[in-house]
Design a binder for this molecule. Structure first.
Ligand SMILES: [Zn+2]
Length: 343
């Protein structure tokens, strides 16, 4: 009788153990499945729902070049930074009725409500301290979003041009904000590998006694769209601006550079005659960068000569392009890495 009871208890323990292990596997499976579902949802439909305030390119450039939110804002403040803050507050769904460059009582009330919803923030209706850094970080991540689902090497050798485009919601992997150590004009980011390569190239150029500024890097689709719209009104720049979805800037691999010897003037063809340009022509490939739109080859590249626009393709490809003297886009197409592209 005692033996039967012992056997019974042992069986119950074994059954409980089996049930426990089984339920654990189920939970693990469930968690695994839910991660997979999350990934596919993010790469297909509702990918990258960022709170992106709709701002025209002139406003956003002026805001970035002034150093973003460089000062505290309070009742009575006016300026572009107030406007950008108000646009941001509207984009995240607060009930601010208008963006009017003026930090009035309505803006103050909305800030105060925003602070109450974020318990870590002090509820003082002011745009300062951690309230300012939180909104700044949010805004920054909408310009340099973190795409944790992108493949490490995706699209680095993609021959984007007037014919071949990239989907609207494409965001490169590991976008990195370039630090002030590389002399940027405002908030600029590149994909991680390109940012690292750019930093070493810049440091090496500095060691040779030359200097330059990065005036543009990654541009999300919406910014390219705004830039295209803006430049379309100007006959002079129109031929050199890429349509949204067709820009190397959306790949996060391209930088626009401005040399010190021209007072850091951006996007000027005179860059051709500078020693900084000469240095880049001789050395950029050693760091994986190439000149995307060389002189006299518009009929191949589709773009007029842009001595300021350099693209990261990695050291191997850049060295091959340097040695073969063909345009980057021709070289990238010849690799046939993307079978469904137009030629
Ligand atoms: Zn460019």
């Amino acid at each position: 009788m005692k033996k039967i009871a012992m056997l019974g208890i042992t069986m119950i323990i074994v059954l409980l153990a089996v049930f426990y292990i089984y339920s654990k596997i189920q939970i693990d499976n469930y968690e695994h499945i839910s991660i997979v579902e999350k990934t596919s949802a993010n790469t297909e439909n509702e990918s990258f729902v960022y709170t992106f305030p709709i701002l025209d390119i002139v406003t956003i450039n002026s805001w970035r070049q002034n150093g973003g939110f460089y000062r505290d804002l309070t009742l009575g403040s006016t300026g572009t930074d107030v406007f950008v803050l108000e646009k941001y507050l509207m984009a995240i769904g607060t009930n601010l009725s208008k963006a009017d460059n003026y930090f009035g009582t309505e803006t103050q009330q909305v800030i105060s409500d925003y602070q109450k919803q974020n318990l870590i923030l002090p509820s003082n209706g002011e745009f300062s301290g951690i309230t300012k850094s939180k909104i700044y970080q949010d805004l920054l991540s909408s310009y340099c979003p973190n795409n944790e689902f992108a493949e490490e090497n995706d699209y680095i050798l993609y021959p984007i041009d007037r014919t071949n485009n990239i989907q609207q919601d494409y965001v490169p992997p590991k976008l990195t904000v370039l630090g002030s150590s590389v002399n940027t004009s405002g908030i600029i980011c590149l994909r991680g590998d390109a940012a690292q390569a750019y930093t070493s190239m810049y440091n090496s150029m500095k060691e040779d006694g030359l200097d330059m500024k990065v005036t543009s890097g990654y541009r999300r689709y919406e910014l390219q769209d705004s830039l295209y719209d803006y430049e379309r009104q100007s006959l002079y720049n129109y031929p050199s601006v890429a349509m949204p979805g067709h820009s190397e800037h959306q790949l996060g691999v391209a930088v626009d550079l401005a040399p010190q010897s021209l007072g850091y003037e951006p996007t000027t063809k005179s860059m051709k005659f500078t020693k900084e340009y000469q240095w880049l022509s001789d050395n950029a490939h050693l760091y994986g960068f190439v000149l995307s739109y060389p002189e006299g080859l518009e009929y191949i590249t589709g773009y007029t000569y842009e001595p300021w626009h350099w693209r990261y393709v990695g050291i191997d490809a850049a060295t091959n392009i340097y040695n073969s003297k063909i345009t980057p886009v021709e070289y990238l197409k010849s690799l046939k890495l993307f079978p469904n592209l137009g030629s």
